[in-house]
Design a protein around this ligand. Structure first.
Ligand code: SF4
Ligand code: SF4
Length: 57
C-alpha cells in the first residue's frame, strides 16, 4: 500500500511535500510519491487542498 497523486487534480502547491515525514514526495508537474519511501501516514492526503491524494493498494 502507498498513496498516489492524481495528476489531473494536482495544482502543484507543494503542501504535500512539506507535510511528508518520510521525504517520499518529489516536486514536479504533478508532484510524485515514491511508493518505496511512503509509510502510509496519510499526512499528504489530509493537507492537499484539492483532494488529489488517495491510498492505493
Ligand atoms: S498538496 Fe495536492 S495539489 Fe498540492 S502539490 Fe500535493 S498533490 Fe498537488
Ligand atoms: S502517506 Fe505519509 S509517507 Fe506517504 S507520501 Fe503521504 S505524507 Fe508521505
Amino acid at each position: 500500500m502507498a498513496h498516489k497523486i492524481d495528476a489531473d487534480k494536482c495544482v502543484g502547491c507543494g503542501c504535500c511535500k512539506d507535510a511528508c515525514p518520510a521525504e517520499a514526495i518529489s516536486e514536479g508537474t504533478p508532484y510524485v510519491i515514491d511508493a518505496d519511501k511512503c509509510v502510509d501516514c496519510g499526512a499528504c492526503a489530509s493537507t492537499c487542498p484539492n483532494e488529489a491524494i488517495a491510498p492505493v493498494s
